[in-house]
Design a protein around this ligand. Structure first.
Ligand SMILES: [Fe+2]
Length: 237
């Protein structure tokens, strides 16, 4: 048997992009969708994104650093970040519909899946204990083999650094689908994994056109804290 998994990550409050990606999935007969965290923050469409995710069937969610920080801001807990970034999380926490808080506050850091004989790890980023490692600008095969070499995973899925990647290590296949909602072009990335019973894994990357202008104009109108940083360094506007 073959299972088809769609992998999405780092939606970051971009409903315009998420909606188009979900539409694109329809042609592939996807069995399950895995979302690797950072559903909200940076983009302004918090409740639109959470509404879509809450209604998706066969969705597996893990938390990301931004989801975590918004929940902490909401509860007045100590933050890992400060300045405009923290102000931004406070702003998102003030806008979130209370109906979606429960969904976010109970998300795991990682999830393991076993499908068609494949053992898979879902994580927002590579971990050192229960903390995210610092982002590696140019991750090497050697580093990934060092991190995952002792584990019997056949697939590791991660996000967080916003860059689409595909590594075939001597252990697992390691895949980052890219940041669905933080794009420098009008295309939203995601990945589809085909897991076959004979052990084969096929990975396909998709780039789906969406109305990035509409998203950016909406974000500017909302004018959240850290808007300049988001525009300049993340959206490269
Ligand atoms: Fe992240």
């Amino acid at each position: 048997m073959t299972m088809k998994i769609a992998v999405i990550s780092d939606i970051h409050g971009n409903y315009e992009a998420l909606e188009k990606v979900i539409g694109d999935m329809e042609q592939f007969r996807i069995d399950e969708v895995y979302c690797l965290g950072d559903m909200i923050s940076l983009g302004h469409q918090t409740n639109e994104v959470l509404s879509v995710l809450s209604e998706m069937e066969n969705l597996t969610l893990i938390t990301g650093n931004h989801d975590d920080e918004v929940i902490k801001a909401l509860k007045g807990m100590k933050s890992q970040v400060s300045g405009p970034e923290h102000e931004h999380h406070l702003w998102v926490s003030r806008h979130i519909d209370p109906d979606y808080i429960h969904m976010l506050e109970n998300l795991p850091l990682t999830i393991e899946k076993r499908i068609e004989g494949h053992k898979m790890l879902l994580t927002h980023y590579h971990l050192d204990g229960c903390r995210y490692r610092s982002i590696e600008e140019s991750p090497s095969l050697e580093l990934l083999e060092e991190i995952y070499g002792q584990e019997a995973y056949s697939v590791v899925l991660y996000g967080h650094d916003h860059i689409t990647r595909h590594f075939k290590t001597s252990g697992p296949v390691v895949v980052n689908p890219g940041a669905l909602g933080v794009t420098e072009t009008s295309f939203a990335p995601y990945a589809i994994l085909e897991l076959k019973g004979d052990g084969a894994i096929n990975t396909m990357f998709r780039n789906v056109p969406y109305d990035r202008r509409k998203f950016i104009e909406g974000l500017k109108n909302e004018n959240p804290p850290a808007l300049d940083f988001i525009m300049k360094f993340l959206l490269k506007e």
